[in-house]
Design a protein around this ligand. Structure first.
Ligand SMILES: Cc1cc2nc3c(=O)[nH]c(=O)nc-3n(C[C@H](O)[C@H](O)[C@H](O)COP(=O)(O)OP(=O)(O)OC[C@H]3O[C@@H](n4cnc5c(N)ncnc54)[C@H](O)[C@@H]3O)c2cc1C
Length: 407
């Protein structure tokens, strides 16, 4: 071992929650010595990719309703202590101005994720946070009253440690399961990570023909008893085997085995209005082939796919030949296009993950472990996952603040 360092607190992971935790700790008590150990060669790599490079850092409407996971109930406390305005105020004090878009999402005024990272980095430097990048952690152990974090060449000894090294989502940006490993070694129960906020792989014969098409739909996730789990209006992108788009990402937070995705392709038109529209089109295009039935309503390939789901695949028939019952089926299919869920796509495409340390083992008032004194957890290492819109970064920052202020 080449070096041994002693700190009051060592934070593992220099992402959103870890950087905020370090800043909060130093702001609360400037005499505390804080170090962050980061495995990447630079801090906050994932932050730079957030919000398509613009960083959607919070939302106007932060509440547990937009989250899933065993920490959901406890997040009520966290979000009342660190609500949207509190977080925006904290960032303002670090030098960051933000704006809110029409959908309630907050971004930096300059629309650059790098600005969020820069104000966090500069604050760490100003406050004297010690940052160690490119460190490959070999072990994290309790040694008497202290914690020992051992990397290839260095031993970090700390009174307190913070697990802020995220989840398995997006391995290219640093995602891995090490937080779960460390927490399990300390005796915590950890729910295995599974990808979320990602495209959903579905079972379908028509998907291949729809590849590349985008349409706006009312998208619902349905359970095996046909109950709606979650519904949302948004743009759906059809892939080879997948459905994608922000509304689909949001459904991916809630998917379970046996679920189905239902698309209402004409959500602003009632079933009877659509029946009338189709009947009118049948008359207008009566001498044209059936694949022209949705002319003026859908993109051609989408119209054809609707027909195929009604077992109408012989496109040499004429619109005028369609029977009344077939027209009813077609209207029904356009408002209820079904895609049985196979699974969420993998961690590579996931913006976040379900799973992590179970909520009841963490004290939400401090983010301290209820099992090991001096061990704190924040960010995605905890079993809570938010929808798109700034909810995940809000949780990362809020939990980081809470841990830091309680170190
Ligand atoms: C492409 C993309 C876009 C996103 N956009 C948004 C958005 O606009 N809004 C939003 O709210 N959320 C967004 N998210 C989700 C958000 O980025 C995460 O929820 C958030 O960063 C989680 O913060 P964290 O601190 O828990 O983990 P991270 O930010 O992932 O930080 C963890 C850090 O720990 C490091 N680390 C991992 N293992 C170790 C180890 N063993 N030793 C040392 N260091 C380690 C990692 O390298 C990383 O730097 C996006 C995610 C992705 C992938």
């Amino acid at each position: 071992m080449n070096n041994t360092y002693k700190f009051d607190a060592v934070i593992i992971g220099a992402g959103a929650s870890g950087l905020m935790c370090a800043i909060a700790a130093k702001k609360k008590n400037k005499n505390i010595s804080v170090a962050i150990i980061e495995k990447n060669d630079r801090v906050g790599k994932k932050l730079l990719s957030t919000g398509n490079g613009r960083c959607n850092l919070t939302h106007r409407d932060i509440s547990p309703d937009h989250y899933r996971g065993s920490f959901k109930e406890q997040s009520t406390y966290l979000f009342s202590k660190y609500d949207t305005n509190t977080l925006l105020e904290k960032f303002k004090k670090l030098g960051l101005l933000c704006f809110c878009d029409n959908e309630g999402r907050y971004y930096p005024l300059c629309r650059q994720a790098s600005a969020v990272l820069d104000v966090l980095r500069f604050a760490c430097e100003r406050l004297g946070v010690n940052i160690f990048c490119g460190e490959n952690i070999k072990s994290v152990k309790k040694a008497g009253k202290n914690f020992n974090v051992t990397t290839e060449n260095t031993m970090f000894v700390a009174d307190k440690i913070v697990i802020a090294n995220g989840s398995k989502a997006s391995p290219k940006l640093g995602g891995n399961a090490s937080s779960a490993d460390y927490l399990k070694n300390f005796g915590h129960r950890v729910i295995p990570y599974s990808p979320a906020l990602c495209p959903i792989e579905v079972k379908s014969d028509i998907l291949k023909s729809l590849k590349g098409i985008r349409t706006t739909a009312n998208v619902s996730l349905i359970d095996a008893n046909q109950r709606i789990i979650k519904s949302e209006i948004g743009e759906v992108q059809f892939g080879d085997k997948t459905l994608s788009g922000i509304c689909i990402f949001n459904l991916s937070v809630y998917t379970e085995k046996g679920n189905c995705i239902l698309l209402d392709l004409l959500y602003n038109v009632s079933y009877s209005e659509l029946s009338e529209l189709i009947t009118t089109n049948q008359k207008l295009f009566s001498d044209f082939t059936v694949d022209n039935l949705f002319t003026g309503i859908f993109q051609k390939r989408l119209g054809q796919a609707v027909l195929k789901t009604c077992n109408i695949s012989n496109f040499s028939r004429k619109c005028g030949e369609l029977a009344k019952e077939e027209l009813n089926n077609i209207a029904n299919a356009a408002k209820n296009m079904r895609f049985p869920v196979i699974q969420n796509c993998g961690f590579e495409l996931a913006q976040t993950a379900l799973g992590g340390v179970v909520g009841r083992e963490i004290n939400e008032k401090t983010m301290e472990s209820k099992i090991i004194k001096g061990l704190y957890v924040c960010g995605e290492a905890i079993d809570i996952c938010g929808e798109c819109g700034g909810y995940n970064l809000h949780f990362a920052f809020a939990s980081g603040l809470n841990a830091g202020e309680n170190l």
